[in-house]
Design a protein around this ligand. Structure first.
Ligand code: HEC
Length: 137
């Protein structure tokens, strides 16, 4: 009887060891490797948004008059994005000179001066600016 129990125990141990050996992958230091953890992280920043931000702060000079949360010379980006979202309007069209001012018509002339810059941009650049502004809503 004792002998049977003993051999059962050895058998169980053998199975456990084999299972361990089969499943775990180890690195060169013998540490277990979690395949998911070593997978390449997915890009979290949309390239269109990144481009839009770059244009907004750089070539477009928009950041001089538009801040994210507060009104400076122009309305805040969030205020603009909120109104454009509510009305289902397109910033890309507006800065291409095709659209009416929806936010502050009394200051439209100041904004309009920037169309020289934005009209000279590519359609994709104007869309990138729109994507960036709308992402801050
Ligand atoms: C010299 C200051 C100034 C600069 C630079 C400027 N804006 Fe403006 N912007 C304004 C003012 C003032 C308004 C408010 C008038 C208006 O609503 O049209 C405005 C309004 C807007 C609006 C809302 C328009 C609407 O429907 O009423 C958008 C969208 C906008 N700006 C985008 C931009 C972008 C994109 C740039 C960069 C290419 C830019 N602005 C650069 C001053 C500026």
């Amino acid at each position: 009887m004792k002998l049977i129990l003993k051999s059962l125990a050895v058998f169980a141990l053998a199975i456990t060891l084999t299972n361990c050996g089969e499943k775990k992958e180890t690195d060169s230091y013998g540490n277990p490797v979690d395949k998911d953890a070593t997978a390449q992280p997915e890009a979290t920043v949309d390239p269109l948004l990144a481009k839009g931000q770059e244009l907004f702060e750089g070539k477009g000079t928009c950041a001089t008059c538009h801040k994210a949360d507060v009104k400076v010379v122009g309305p805040s980006i969030k205020d603009i994005a909120k109104i454009y979202k509510e009305k289902g309007a397109s910033i890309a069209s507006f800065i291409n000179g095709k659209g009416e001012p929806l936010v502050d018509a009394s200051q439209y002339e100041i904004m309009k001066a920037n169309f020289v810059i934005t009209k000279a941009m590519s359609t994709e650049d104007r869309k990138a600016l729109e994507a960036y502004m709308m992402s801050l809503e």
